[in-house]
Write a protein that binds this ligand. Sequence first.
Ligand SMILES: *Cc1c(COP(=O)(O)O)cnc(C)c1O
Length: 388
Amino acid sequence: MDDASHSFQEEGRPDWVEVDLPALVDNFRQVVRRVGEGVRVWPVVKANAYGLGALPVARALQRAGAAGFCVALVEEGEALRAGGVTAPLMLLSGPVAGNVGRVLRIGAEAFLITLDDALALAGALPAGQRLRVHLKVDTGMGRLGMDPEQVPQVLSVLDGLPGIKVAGIASHLAVADEVDNPGTLRQIERMKALLAHPEVVWRRLPVSMANSAGIMAFSEAHFQWVRPGIHLYGGSPFFPAASPAGWEPRPVVRWCTRVIQVRNMAAGTPLGYGHTVVLQRPSRIGQLPVGYADGYPRILSNRAEVIVGGRRVPVLGRVCMDLVTVDLTDCPDVGVGDEVVLLGGHGPLAISLQEMSAWMGTIPYEVLCRLGARVPRRYREFPVATGM
Ligand SMILES: *Cc1c(COP(=O)(O)O)cnc(C)c1O
């Protein structure tokens, strides 16, 4: 990728996302160190591993010792199985009754969100088959799942349904990214109260509550297993606040392209759709073959910067479907074929996920999930041992 002979004439369009698998695995190891021995780590690889590519990500994390993988959809689990991922799988999004055949075929466990789903599931399960479920309890997220008060009754109903094995209790944290928000401790207290209930305590069910923010900021939320997502992919869940000192993730993603055209333009020239910018000086204007169809959002029009020729330069005018215009006036040595970094590091410079999120008015999760399907992903693998 640093190959100078790699001109823009290479086959296909110069637009690619680099995923640094060793950095991803480092972030995973950071999670393992943070939760300590005895707490199992199930990386969340839903939504194609937040856009980075579920299969290469899961393969790397499986080799690094992931206990299992969480997905949102049964088809995401099927894709992992088709790609040879053998680790246990957990379906985070209910309901499951309508998909029970597919869930059983991939050998997944599933979050169970309602008693109704449990009853439908019991009716849909083929004779002799058994599904492991984790009761999804709403301890304060105000979203999916059952109330803690319902759990004793659900457990007693499920005791009479031999096809459904209750394998655990899970909940999700709403405000763990705000480390001073008392809501997280309240959720943990609610979970502990539930676990102390006489109908629950003797079952000794494994519990999971923590996402990335819960893992890093609340050791009380670790329980028996944790579900890290964004931290693995190099994003801070705490944005716009900083990560707790010492627990910043390593960046994992770089998004690159190359200059495909440079033109000298006179002062006074209007640029692009809507003529939203008029050049104030004689300028060198570059075109990049990337646009909102690739997930470079239109809201970055006249707002973002890119890195090229060892400096940051501004995006000018509207971001189009397939093109972005940049101001190269201050980098006279930059020409056609030169590499441009849209996101990620370049020597001492970087456009972080957090910075791009701020430009977009969103969070790192959405920046990654919007990376376009048509942008090829390239994987930086572990260096191969030379045997010396
Ligand atoms: C997406 C998701 C996670 C991971 O959250 P991060 O903030 O990315 O670590 C964990 N648990 C559930 C239920 C999720 O949906």
